[in-house]
Design a protein around this ligand. Structure first.
Ligand code: PHE
Length: 342
């Protein structure tokens, strides 16, 4: 009995050593281990049989069995570690990060071209001593029309041009009501620019229902048309460059008299005539004039005592001229391919 068990331990040891030398995965190691020393393992079962041995024979068998059990545990542990090291090494080699690869840059936002143009225009007038004043976008009929000398039946008051909120309130159709707000609350002399949004029921390649204007006006003693001419000629030169020519063309606005429109020589063809300037060589940039005496009287100024000039320009329009953009709607679609060019 004792001899049988001893040789069985021997042969278990041999079989184990053979098996364990051929393993290549964690799973296989664990399988071999449980085949020998798991709950139903060969060595476990053999050790259970020792109970029936005569007590003097137990120590020798027990010692050999324990030695083998320790050996199996130790070797299996070593194999596991070896396999785990190998697999993390090969993973490291496969997953190697190329630290010489240049990084991905994050896209960075920029100021919208209309905001940029608005700031350019305001900067130029600030340099010339103008203050900035903003008025409300919702106006009464009085501020938007009546105080600006629009007759009751003036076509600009028609439902098709104006967004009416109710009988009394409108979305301002231009920034000119800012003139009235300032004149009613200040005493001349002053020079003011008023930036902001304006609204009209209009939509095509050169009109959007919401757009931006900058209003400007100067009121005081003996303000003359030559002041208007000088300031706006200098403004055009600073905005569009030294090479640009300007011309003043007679026009009409209810709130200015005389009224004019300013044209600049075409920025695309330099005056030779092209599609953008419709072969005329000139582009219309803004409306202006001397503030109408009727408007001055509306705000309790004495037209014999003070005079003033006023002008108003569309920011989208100026940006389109400056950058050669043919569709105003591009400004509002916010396609980054368009916006990132400014
Ligand atoms: N408010 C006018 C417009 O929107 C422009 C303008 C302003 C004309 C001031 C003359 C003086 O068309």
């Amino acid at each position: 009995m004792k001899e049988d068990l001893l040789s069985e331990i021997d042969s278990l040891a041999n079989r184990f050593r053979q098996k364990v030398s051929a393993v290549s995965s964690e799973h296989e190691v664990l399988k071999v281990k449980s085949t020998y020393i798991g709950r139903e393992g060969h060595l476990t079962l053999l050790m259970k049989k020792m109970g029936s041995l005569p007590s003097e024979e137990r120590p020798v068998i027990g010692k050999n069995a324990n030695l083998l059990k320790n050996e199996i545990e130790k070797i299996c542990q070593e194999q596991l570690e070896k396999i785990r090291n190998l697999s993390s090494l090969s993973r490291l080699q496969q997953e190697r990060v190329d630290i010489t690869l240049s990084g991905r840059t994050t896209a960075c936002g920029s100021i919208h071209p209309i905001t940029q143009m608005m700031r350019n225009v305001l900067n130029i007038f600030s340099e010339m001593g103008f203050e900035v004043y903003e008025g409300p976008e919702i106006e009464t009929d009085f501020y938007n029309f009546e105080a600006l000398n629009f007759l009751k039946d003036h076509p600009a008051r028609d439902m098709q041009d104006t967004f009416y909120i109710d009988q009394h309130y409108v979305l301002r159709t231009h920034t000119s009501p800012i003139q009235i707000h300032v004149m009613k609350s200040r005493t001349p002399p002053f020079k003011v620019v008023g930036p902001g949004a304006a609204y009209r029921r209009d939509s095509d390649v050169s009109h959007t229902p919401m757009f931006h204007q900058v209003e400007g006006f100067m009121v005081g003693r003996q303000v003359r048309f030559s002041d208007l001419k000088g300031i706006l000629t200098e403004f055009s030169r600073r905005l569009f460059g030294d090479k640009i020519k300007t011309r003043f063309r007679p026009s009409f606005f209810p709130f200015t008299e005389p009224s004019a429109e300013i044209d600049i020589s075409c920025v695309i063809c330099r005056g030779r005539g092209c599609r953008v300037c419709k072969q005329s060589g000139w582009l219309e940039v803004l409306g202006c004039g001397m503030i109408h005496p009727a408007v001055l009287e509306r705000v309790d100024y004495d037209p014999k005592d003070v005079s003033g000039f006023a002008f108003g320009m569309g920011i989208e329009r100026i940006a389109m001229l400056k950058y050669g953009i043919s569709d105003i709607r591009l400004f509002f679609e916010n396609d980054v391919r368009f916006l990132s060019q400014f």
